[in-house]
Design a protein around this ligand. Sequence first.
Ligand SMILES: [Zn+2]
Length: 242
Amino acid sequence: MADGMFEQAQHLPPLQGCLYCHTEGSTVLRPGRKLLGFGSDLPMLKCEHCRAVAFLDVDPDYPDSWRILYRRFDQSPRYYYVALYLGQAGWLSANEALTASTNGYVQRARLAQTRSGDLTWLRPGSLRPPPPMMTPDEKVYLTLRAVTLQETPPPGFLVRPDHGTVLDSGKLYITDQKLHLLGQRHDWSYDLTDIQDIKHDDKAWLIYLADQHHVRGLNVADQFDAQLITAVVKALCQSEFM
Ligand SMILES: [Zn+2]
């Protein structure tokens, strides 16, 4: 990238503010370093706040159609969403990166709201008519597709807890009182007080139940992420499940 290009790049969104941590004016662009054929000629974008490092690929003829690839990024829980959808996402177009960054900002605000006990942003409401096993006064907070109900192997078993036998799968409603799974085989209902533990990782969320079963769902692009889902369920249970 020529010197004039660096000048031009200063006006691009990744140099106005960090897409990863949303700090303003914290990013700088440095020329790429190719040594003995190793490394890259692409300029490096660095954030002085969160320490994220990314390649920024800008075509001088089309400066607005830049691409970005994160090489280093903070993976602490605070950055759960952006780590998945920016950090680990590979090359992203300008549009994809800006969308993931905006969604990450919104996710962090919703997470903070949820942890303070405020779930109004989910606009909970009753379903009319309610699905089987749900009473008309229950308020639905989350509706999640592709949820599985699985057996939880006993502790010490040589099977990872999330790999227990699948008993059913379907749509899960999480209300102010219960979990209802409308499965392909049965309808299953659990009181929120049946919940023993709630966990999430990069791929999935898990809710462990008193009867040695658990429900599990994967992170998918068009549903809430696992961190936010577990935070909502914890807020509904008014418990931390540490
Ligand atoms: Zn940053």
